[in-house]
Design a protein around this ligand. Structure first.
Ligand code: HAM
Length: 419
């Protein structure tokens, strides 16, 4: 086939009709599980102010320095949202959601945009679901966030994942650690990668996340942050581990887990799947106790996670998990002649009101072609309508799976099939 003149942008993918039932099924699961945890949905615009994202995520992060889609129009600087934590916090501050009382337990589902090099599990427009608890620094909030994240995968039947956990400390602990890390790396800095050299002064923690071959031997034996946590951060982290143990949620401590945004404090976690290849993070998150204030609100602790929905779909494929049933329609009206078509058209609404999905042929095709089409549509029943049936007021109802037929009035059909 010739290449079409217009195609979607690289890394931006259409969700076609064969795929969309899976997405809807997944979305329904997320809504249901979030409701069970008593989280409320928040929907924010796709476009945000560039300044919010730069401030929120951090100027030197990969996302801000390389991956945002940003443009100007008039005096405004727009960015396609690369994630939703900063936008949700913006909305929380803008609309004074703290006045609703208690901690705000918010969740979301939607598209995000990052100008990354596309590969399996990495797109430029991708989808996340996620949740944020704003207004609590209790370790219970961290653990509930992790439990909600994991619950969605378990409900679907994905359970061979690894929860990686770390605490990157509060600012005080982190300053002490950064000094120690710099002192340790300094003698070999000139042998390390250029990116790591750039990160050394401003954000040495991100060096631990380096994928560069030449950095690995220096990172391997670097001091670990756990030894530099002050008492508060340390006991917060201990509580989280204790609660996770009580819930039977397994985790691996990973002192090199630092995450890609600057807003994190204390808790950091990632959910890793062996079924995903190189882009193996199903989900990630952590605590961000300073972000609300950074964006202009009152000091307010918060914690959250976000999960990649395409990666969840890939894991389902690898594990042969069907998220949605095969498409089908309850009733297909097979019509012969104009009067029959008119009858079908006017009886489709009644059928649908009875709770059934119903369709008819839109092309005046032969009976044989219509039966074939009903098969292709995976119809549970066909109602066969011709002049004789119209005169008698009785129609052939065919159960397509059992190949059984009944002759019934239209009302009898609805009574038999109605939901
Ligand atoms: P993140 O780790 O950048 O965190 O993204 C979360 C998840 O989104 C990743 O684990 C991955 O599954 C998916 N993801 C990220 N980039 C792509 C991409 N280019 N293509 C496909 N999937 C992708 C955040 O976004 C934070 N906002 C999480 C958070 C919420 N922290 C606190 N609250």
């Amino acid at each position: 086939m010739a290449k079409p003149k217009y195609t979607s942008h690289v890394g931006m993918v259409d969700i076609l009709p064969d795929e969309s039932p899976k997405w809807r099924a997944l979305e329904n699961i997320i809504h249901e599980e979030a409701a069970k945890f008593n989280f409320e949905e928040i929907r924010t615009p796709i476009l945000e102010q560039t300044e919010l994202i730069v401030r929120g995520i951090g100027q030197l992060t990969d996302i801000v320095s390389k991956e945002i889609f940003a443009f100007e129009k008039g005096d405004s600087h727009y960015v396609l949202r690369p994630e939703l934590t900063a936008p949700v916090v913006r909305s929380y501050v803008e609309h004074h959601l703290e006045q609703r009382g208690g901690s705000q337990k918010l969740y979301y589902i939607g598209p995000m945009f990052r100008a990354e090099k596309p590969q399996k599990g990495r797109q430029r427009q991708f989808h996340q679901f996620g949740a944020e608890v704003i207004g609590s620094d209790d370790p219970v909030a961290d653990v509930e966030i992790i439990a909600l994240m994991i619950r969605v995968y378990q409900r679907i039947g994905i359970d061979n994942f690894e929860l990686k956990l770390n605490s990157i400390g509060d600012p005080e602990s982190r300053e002490a650690y950064k000094e120690a890390l710099r002192d340790y790396l300094r003698p070999n800095l000139d042998k390390m990668s250029e990116v790591s050299q750039i990160r050394f002064e401003k954000n040495p923690l991100r060096i631990l996340d380096s994928k560069e071959e030449q950095d690995q031997e220096y990172i391997k034996n670097a001091p670990v942050i756990q030894d530099y946590l002050n008492e508060e951060s340390d006991s917060h982290f201990d509580k989280i581990k204790e609660y996770l143990d009580q819930l039977g949620i397994n985790y691996t401590l990973d002192p090199h887990l630092v995450r890609g945004m600057d807003y994190y404090t204390r808790t950091a976690f990632e959910l890793i799947s062996p079924d995903l290849g190189s882009q193996d993070a199903l989900a990630g998150g952590g605590r961000y106790d300073l972000l609300v204030e950074e964006i202009g609100g009152q000091p307010t602790p918060a914690v959250g996670f976000a999960a990649g929905m395409e990666r969840l779909m890939i894991a389902c494929e690898e594990l042969d998990i069907e998220l949605a049933e095969e498409k089908s329609v309850d009733v297909y009206f097979v019509t012969l002649g104009d009067a029959a078509r008119r009858f079908a058209l006017t009886h489709l609404p009644k059928t649908r009101e009875a709770g059934l999905s119903a369709t008819m042929d839109y092309k005046s095709r032969s009976m044989k072609a219509q039966m074939k089409d009903a098969d292709r549509e995976n119809a549970r029943y066909t109602i066969i309508i011709g002049d004789n049936e119209l005169n008698e007021g009785k129609f052939t109802l065919r159960n397509m799976k059992e190949s059984e037929e009944d002759s019934l009035t239209f009302n009898e059909i609805l009574e038999k099939l109605g939901k």
